[in-house]
Design a protein around this ligand. Structure first.
Ligand code: ZN
Length: 325
């Protein structure tokens, strides 16, 4: 079997104050909090999942927000920028929107087909908004914070910065099934599936970049999609045969996951599309309650005391806004 990912599943980053994170990603980016749970490997910390209305793979950005986390350093061996797909012609609106929130941003033109608005989130995480001439067919979350005409359609791409690109590109092409679509300067663009937004990885070769330090304001890992458990299991066997140190298949409740590090140092995950985020709460209620997997339910009381209380903006669950406001 030769494995091929169909694209990006999610990006997971480390943040600071969880309330500030919630406010920025719901009100600033207009994403929906589709799950409020805890880090299954460290249940005293939240794991917050943002995405489209249902948290579809390819729309997901997730955070481990640690109050008082030390600042990390963006650098080699990391995903150094996370790009969201927005409609062509929308970047002026986004620049004004973020200016209104006190967040400075800059617009650059990558080439004739792509414009990019770049900014840092409150923890210093590098974010880009890419308006491409390629129309993104995905429906946005219909948020009261960001009008649908401008809204994020999902992920656009992840940028990986490595000192030596050959090994990273080899894993992406030979082991994950992406293909090189362009090489410009120090940037190698690879694509999965149909190659549209949500299926793109840019590898930046920077031989002098300092190694990144994974802590606040940095990406922890990026995840690629696989349809189901059976495919993931076969894919894991293949990666092990090829000499990668791959974790066991881990139950993440909303998907199952394996992890391994690529030669450039970036932590990769492969995550299933199934079962999805409505497995433990209805679509209309996504994000409202603190959800725990069955094996952590016995510790619910301790966990609820360990995580700081957070308030969810009413636009996250408009069906309940009238009763709650
Ligand atoms: Zn992950």
């Amino acid at each position: 079997m030769n494995a091929h990912t169909s694209g990006l599943h999610h990006v997971t980053a480390i943040g600071g104050d969880p309330q500030r994170n919630i406010d920025f990603y719901i009100r600033g980016l207009g994403l929906r909090l589709v799950k409020k749970t805890v880090n299954f490997d460290n249940p005293g910390t939240y794991h917050l999942y943002y995405g489209d209305d249902a948290g579809r793979p390819g729309s997901l950005m997730t955070f481990f927000p640690w109050q008082g986390v030390p600042q990390g350093r963006i650098g080699a061996g990391q995903s150094t920028s996370t790009a969201f797909s927005v409609p062509a012609g929308s970047l002026g609106w986004w620049r004004d929107h973020f200016a209104g929130l006190g967040v400075a941003s800059t617009i650059t033109t990558d080439d004739s087909s792509e414009e990019r608005l770049s900014l840092r989130d409150p923890d210093g995480l590098q974010l880009d908004f890419v308006a491409s001439s390629v129309t993104d067919p995905r429906d946005p979350w219909d948020s009261a914070s960001v009008p649908a005409d401008f809204a994020v359609r999902g992920q656009h791409s992840s940028v990986l910065t490595v000192n030596e690109p050959a090994g990273t590109v080899r894993v992406l092409t030979e082991d994950l099934g992406l293909r090189v679509v362009s090489e410009r300067g120090d940037r190698i663009r690879l694509a999965a599936g149909d190659g549209g937004p949500g299926n793109i990885v840019d590898v930046i070769a920077d031989r002098t970049a300092q190694p990144g330090l994974t802590a606040g304001g940095t990406v922890h890992h990026i995840a690629f999609r696989v349809p189901d458990f059976a495919t993931q299991s076969a894919w894991r066997d293949q990666l092990v045969d090829r000499g990668f140190a791959v974790t066991a298949i881990l139950d993440r409740q909303y998907f199952t996951s394996i992890y391994f590090r690529e030669p450039g140092g970036v932590l990769f995950e492969i995550a299933t599309d199934t079962p999805g985020f409505d497995i433990d709460e209805p679509l209309l209620e996504l994000g409202r309650g603190l959800k725990l997997p069955p094996w952590l339910e016995p510790s619910r009381e301790d966990i609820e005391h360990a995580v700081p209380p957070v308030a969810l903006p009413v636009e996250n669950n408009p069906a309940f806004a009238a009763v709650e406001s």
